[in-house]
Design a protein. Sequence first.
Length: 270
Amino acid sequence: MIRAIETVYSGYKFRSRLEAKWAVFFDTLSIRYEYEKEGYDLDGIWYLPDFWMPDWNCWVEIKPSILRLRPYSDKNFKELKDEFIRCRKLSDGTDKVVFLIGGNPWIKNLSSGENVSPYYKFQYEIIVFFPNSVMKSNNLNKALQNTGFKLHLEKTGGYDLLNHQFYSSSKDNSLYWFIQERYKDSPSCFTKSCPKRGDVYGLIEADSQYYFSKKKESHFVMKHGLVADRYVFNYTNKKIILMSELHGRDKQGKKILEAYSIAQQERFQK
């Protein structure tokens, strides 16, 4: 059985080199963290989150899996499913945002000395859990502020799972628009009336029902509530930003590339 290597770094004894690598990444960007700050009993499940991020007011859990691989294999499905359940319970129980990060804090071949392509191949993915208090609100952005969450989210011209406009706009590519169209062309897929504009929870539920009616199985991500996957970090204007992997491919700044490189090349004494 392969076991993780305990690693001493910055006054902490990390349970794995991977966790320590992420600590190096955070330190390089001057992001404060507290390792294994507090444990919780989540309905009989004992859970000790890896990092508490006081600057962001959220939890961060680190896992070795590159979660963005599709499809989810039978081999790691149960482990990921259990982790999703724990993150969901932690988010709801503490009323805080939870980041589940899978993989290493760098991009492929960054330290090779070659010119980095604008289409980076990230070696990690961030999956974001919002608590039910946010999901069931009539204004996702305002409810998110009420949790104390402080990390900057990307602002693009499109719609995003983490932005209330995605659930309230009637324009193309918003979830509200998509569900309205599906009620018109595939009404038999639904058992409830069409959710109202801005009904985050109802729209996600309708989307899940539509997916199940077409695929005959529950969507792995949707079934755990408001879970936004395929996110990465960026650093711009002296701020770290959470952004979609799609937009992050050509917008990684010099500062964060440096943090990736330092984390990847770190050789711990123990």
